[in-house]
Design a protein around this ligand. Structure first.
Ligand code: SF4
Length: 101
């Protein structure tokens, strides 16, 4: 009745567990966080306030789109490295703006 698990079987179990763990991590709703505006995420408000983020820049030639912290996304929006969640407007601006090299 007692069945010993061979090293090969143990290896297969380990590989299966790793794949399942990876699928769980990849399946987390991280993408959902990157599609909303940062203003949709109350926990991002302190950062937005601190850097005086605006959805529309009032300074000619200084927008998120040409800021070195911006990575373009879809629909005129993108990710800013200052914010853990949400997206900023390509036409936006904040006091941390820095020209792309
Ligand atoms: S750091 Fe740059 S990309 Fe981020 S909000 Fe400010 S201006 Fe926009």
């Amino acid at each position: 009745m007692d069945k010993k698990i061979t090293r090969r079987e143990l290896g297969k179990l380990g590989a299966g567990a790793l794949m399942a763990g990876g699928a769980i991590l990849l399946g987390r709703p991280v993408r959902a966080d990157s599609h909303g505006k940062i203003t949709d995420y109350p926990d991002q408000a302190p950062v937005a306030t601190a850097v005086q983020y605006k959805e529309k820049s009032e300074l000619e030639g200084k927008t998120c789109e040409n800021c070195m912290l911006f990575t373009a996304g879809e629909g005129g929006r993108g990710k800013c490295t200052l914010f853990m969640k949400g997206t900023v407007a390509a036409a936006g601006h904040c006091t941390s703006w820095a020209a792309k090299p």
